[in-house]
Design a protein around this ligand. Sequence first.
Ligand code: DGY
Length: 349
Amino acid sequence: MGLTDMRVFVTRKIPGPGMKILEGSGAAVTVCQSREDAGVTREELLAGVRSSDVLVPLLTEPIDREVLAANERLLGVAQMAVGFNNIDVEAATDLGVPVTNTPGVLTETTADCAWALILASARRVPQAHNYMVGGNYKLWGPNLLLGDDVGPGGSGIRKVLGVIGYGRIGQAVAKRAWGFDMDVLAFDPYNRDGVESSEFASWADFDDLLERSDFVTLHNLLTEETHHLIGAAELRKMKPTAHLINAARGPVVDEKALVQALQEGWIGGAGLDVYEDEPAMAPGLAECENAVLLPHVASATSDTRGLMATMAANNAIAHLRRERAPNVVNPEVYETEAYRNRIGTSGSA
Ligand code: DGY
């Protein structure tokens, strides 16, 4: 099917390989990038959706029912991210709009970054860097910037990594722990079988994992059930020396409670890539010496972002062609009357 009379609305410019595919498709591509730092406004988003056949959004834009209903000809939403908690998928399915994401290609890169946070938090890398560039290093000292071992260190005592959410990324994080001679515990309410059959982790109950782990790393989806999965009660169950790592979604952690935990020493440290009210941080977090803070960059390598953009663009083209998209998160949509009406056919997709 020719795409020359089709239109794609991209909320902010995606990396080159993805833009190239979209622009090479023949469809008219509009990129809303009036303010790269501020992002697309609600009005721009609604106007863009109204005048397009496919929307390519980012995780920073709330794609709610109003947005999805703004254009009855909208053929799909092709988000450039694996997470899609910013999209009302239920509404999309009701309205007959297929939604796609970009799974798989960012797994290893995100797992690497979770490990960067584990190591940086344990070994106080940002504090050491600041100490150095602040001109404070005058003399080597036996008590200078002491951190925690990640591997067994000289004592030979194996550390425990607790992985919450044992999907692709959680498993890749667990696999890396074997290079550090760690014992890995995993908890995943939706994937117990995955943990039990894993060569890299043993199953633990949630509380057991919190109590036994030296590092707790979060890799679950954000859903209603996982909102504030880690709150004051859970932080109090962790070891006072433990580190909490979050490269999943901010609202999985009650950030105010985390600040209190860091200030009062309920836990040893935290490494965060995501925030509850991103890009804002909870009051006091930036001042916590024992927190390593990154600006949601876990998948940010040139290769991986290029692959994510490629995947999003190919998904967008499948939507434009009214084909079953490879990375659809609501496959049931293809069986709905709403979808058939939308694509203007009476048969199935
Ligand atoms: C995602 O894809 O969901 C990440 O948060 C950004 O790469």
